[in-house]
Design a protein around this ligand. Sequence first.
Ligand code: MN
Length: 298
Amino acid sequence: MNKLGIHALVWEAGWSEDECARAIAATAETGYDFIEAPALDPSLIDPVFTSRQLEKAGIGINFSLGLDFDSDISSGDPDKRRRGRRKLEDAVAVCRDCGGEYIGGILYSAFGKYDRPPTADGIAQSAETLNAVADIAARSGITLVLEVVNRYETNICNTAAQGVEMMKRVGAPNVKVHLDVYHMNIEESDIAAAIVETGEHIGYFHTGDSHRGYIGSGTIDLAGVFRALVRAKYKGPITFESFSSRVVGQPLEGILGIWRNLWEDGHDLAAHALMYTKAQLKAAEEAERQASQRSRLP
Ligand code: MN
């Protein structure tokens, strides 16, 4: 069974004690298995307090982050790469101390709009750094998942196929591909085919819709997405991600371009997304079962 999670930014913009406690409690009350907390700056997360809230609520946690241009491990500047490596190692430590299993997001480059394509050297540097960080993560049973995002948020992994290629260049057993339908809707020629082709390399999945508001209220063929996930035999975590100017603050609102208020009530949004996701998964499993047991004439 896929564990279902929700991004913390549906609830709160930061991770102060009050924000952390409220976000974790709301995630559990809605019925999700885990919360995905942003770790853009891992030093802002208190693992002792966070773990206590998770235990109280009875849910799990995973983390996601994107590096910034000052800590870009695909940069030609060794100081930037060093800062990036430290940030990734700090995220691994926070994840370990909170009992998390996955760190996703744009771990391989800066999270933002580049003004030029990547270089082979930059990609090699990124893969080398990630291999070293993956080694540390493996000691705590943590998997690093490389999120494939649209062209305005990185210049390296924009398609699922590039994500698989990058994963192979990193070459560590605990590094997998993190797909997100919002980005796939921008970059892939065929979302369902890309999911099926990525298959066993998918380690983490983000759902959402084309405008990142209520799931099902945009233009993405989500029935096709869930059928593809079932066909790919994907059993890993699925996180619902949605952003509204109601909650998101800087730097994310600036990088992601969250200018519109797509919803007011995070509780209603989250409850709807959980119901929708469970219904889609159930329908997709049933479709797959029927496809494999086609009715025959007597
Ligand atoms: Mn995402």
